[in-house]
Design a protein around this ligand. Structure first.
Ligand SMILES: C[S@@+](CC[C@H](N)C(=O)[O-])C[C@H]1O[C@@H](n2cnc3c(N)ncnc32)[C@H](O)[C@@H]1O
Length: 245
C-alpha cells in the first residue's frame, strides 16, 4: 500500500527517518526555491530519483492543497496498534500522552501532532471511528510530526482510558467551563491530556473517565479556543511543570 505526502517539511521528515519508504518523488517544473533545491539534493544523495511534473499534475496529486512544489508517493509506514500501548507505557517511567476525543478536521489533527512532537509527547491516542484521518492534509500541517509521533487508533476510548488509569496514568480532561484552572493543576508524572471535539467538546463517557477537568482561563469574549491552540497551551504548561519537577 502506498500513500501521498507533500510539502517540504513532510518530505524532509520522512527522508530523515525512513528514506526506504520513498517510491516516486515529483517536483514542480520551473519552481525556483532554495529549500526545495536543498531537499532535492538530499533526496538524490539517498539514491531517490526525482521526476519533474507540471503544476497542474502536482495540484491534483495534492488534491488542491499547498504542496510547495513537491509531492511524493511513499510506502505506508507501520502504525502503532492498540495492543502496542501497554509496551509503550512500560518503556516510559512517566508517559506523556495526548488523547483527541473525536477531532474531525485534518488541519486540527495535524496541528495537534505538530505540537505533540514539539512537547515530547510519547503517543497521540484517537478513537478509531471518530477521528480525522491522517491524510495528506493532516501530514502537511503536522510538518513532519506525523512521522515522529505515534498515532494510536483505539476501538473503545473509554476502555483505553480505564487501562491507562490501571497503569497509574493521571487522566486530565480539558473544557472551557472546568472548575480547575490549567495553571493550578498538577501535570507532572504519568499523564494523559484529553482534548475534545471541535463542536461538542469531550463526550460524556470520556469526561467521566477523567480524574480531573481543567480549563484555560479566557479573558475575552469568545467562549473557547480552537482545539489545536488549546492543546498547545496545555501541553506546554505540562512541559514547563515536568521540566521543573
Ligand atoms: C472548540 S472547543 C469545544 C467547545 C465546546 N463547545 C465545549 O463546550 O467544550 C474544542 C476543545 O478545545 C479545548 N478547549 C478549547 N477552549 C478551551 C479552554 N478555554 N479550556 C480548556 N480547553 C479548551 C477542549 O478540549 C475542547 O473540548
Amino acid at each position: 500500500m502506498s500513500e501521498i505526502i507533500y510539502g517540504i517539511h513532510a518530505v524532509k521528515a520522512l527522508l530523515e527517518r525512513d528514506p526506504q519508504r520513498f517510491l516516486d518523488v515529483y517536483i514542480m517544473k520551473g519552481r525556483d526555491d532554495r529549500r526545495l533545491h536543498e531537499l532535492v539534493v538530499e533526496l538524490e544523495a539517498n539514491g531517490i530519483v526525482i521526476q519533474v511534473a507540471n503544476r497542474q499534475w502536482l495540484d491534483e496529486a495534492a488534491e488542491g492543497a499547498v504542496h510547495q512544489g513537491i509531492v511524493a508517493r511513499v510506502q505506508e509506514g507501520r502504525q502503532l496498534q492498540e495492543n502496542d500501548l501497554e509496551g509503550l507505557l512500560e518503556q516510559h517511567p512517566a508517559p506523556f500522552l495526548l488523547v483527541l476525543d473525536g477531532i474531525t478536521d485534518p488541519h486540527n489533527l495535524g496541528a495537534c501532532l505538530r505540537s505533540a512532537d514539539a512537547a515530547g509527547v510519547h503517543a497521540v491516542i484517537v478513537p478509531r471511528d471518530r477521528s480525522a484521518q491522517l491524510n495528506a492534509t493532516a501530514k502537511k500541517v503536522a510538518s513532519g510530526a506525523a512521522e515522529t509521533v505515534p498515532l494510536i487508533r483505539v476501538t473503545n476510548l473509554a476502555r483505553t482510558l480505564r487501562m491507562l488509569k490501571e497503569h497509574n496514568v493521571w487522566i486530565v480532561g480539558t473544557a472551557g467551563e472546568a472548575d480547575h484552572h490549567l495553571y493550578q493543576s498538577k501535570l507532572t508524572g504519568p499523564l494523559a491530556l484529553v482534548m475534545g471535539a471541535e463542536g461538542e467538546g469531550m463526550r460524556r463517557l470520556t469526561r467521566e473517565h477523567c480524574n480531573e477537568l481543567i480549563g484555560i482561563p479566557m479573558a475575552g469574549s469568545v467562549s473557547s479556543l480552537n482545539v489545536s491552540v488549546a492543546a498547545g497551551v496545555c501541553l506546554f504548561e505540562a512541559v514547563r511543570q515536568r521540566q521543573l519537577s
